[in-house]
Design a protein around this ligand. Structure first.
Ligand SMILES: [Zn+2]
Length: 243
């Protein structure tokens, strides 16, 4: 059972990491913490088998969000696991740090937040203690994440159409195409055209706000009516030749 102080320190860090010790002197403007991940096993990214076998350790240096105007550096002692199924060695991932990045996702978010507070990159770089290049990169990355989040919602008007294509050995395949009518672009394409293909498609089900779709345009000669009314319960279904 960790002491209350240790628990407090752990709460400040990323959820999977455990505080080991403070390395830097407390007088400095920068704090360096040694951390490690604790888990019973890790899952191989190549073949998804569980691995309990630690191969070796590496220490990575990661920048985290400042705490009370002190820059925070995490030295993370990462384990490398050996996967017995595919014989590959892999590094354990840490929640909150993208693979290959040397900053935490929340640090990048912090830089982005500062971008909204100051009108020039130089000032943001001064306040966050990083290079102007990193400020620029974080800014665009966060903008893209926001855009992707928006894209994971249905537009208010959706078109559903089918396309067929001939496979090499004569079999005809069908795909169902979902069109974002608001932005005039293809939103999703799935293999098959039967109601079950559509209603069980994970790609379709993971897009949020189905209930806020107001109009669905389909070609009534197709079999999409059932799928359309089930997927978009609040939408008006309109029959139209596909434009
Ligand atoms: Zn494996």
């Amino acid at each position: 059972m960790p002491t209350p102080v240790l628990k407090f320190i752990n709460d400040l860090f990323l959820p999977e990491l455990k505080f080991v010790k403070l390395i830097s002197s407390p007088q400095k403007r920068q704090r360096i913490y040694l951390m490690e991940k604790v888990s019973e096993f890790e899952v191989c990214p190549k073949c998804a088998s569980k691995s309990h076998t630690v191969y070796d350790h590496v220490v990575v240096t990661i920048r985290d969000t400042p705490l009370r105007s002190k820059n925070i550096i995490l030295k993370i002692k990462k384990r490398r696991f050996l996967c017995k199924s595919c014989k590959k060695v892999f590094r354990e991932p840490v929640q909150g740090i993208f693979k290959g990045f040397r900053t935490t996702q929340r640090y990048r978010h912090h830089v982005m937040w500062n971008c909204t507070q100051f009108s020039n990159l130089k000032r943001v770089a001064d306040v966050t203690g990083c290079s102007e290049w990193l400020v620029y990169k974080c800014h665009y990355e966060q903008v893209e994440l926001e855009t992707r989040k928006l894209q994971s919602e249905w537009p208010t008007t959706v078109g559903i159409d089918e396309h067929s294509f001939q496979r090499k050995y004569g079999r005809k395949e069908f795909v169902t195409v979902f069109v974002d009518y608001n932005n005039r672009k293809v939103r999703e394409v799935i293999l098959g055209r039967a109601p079950a293909d559509i209603l069980e498609s994970e790609n379709i089900l993971k897009i949020r706000s189905r209930e806020s779709v107001k109009n669905v345009v389909i070609d009534l000669s197709s079999g999409f009516k059932l799928a359309a009314t089930t997927l978009f319960p609040n939408a008006i279904i309109t029959a139209d030749r596909f434009i």
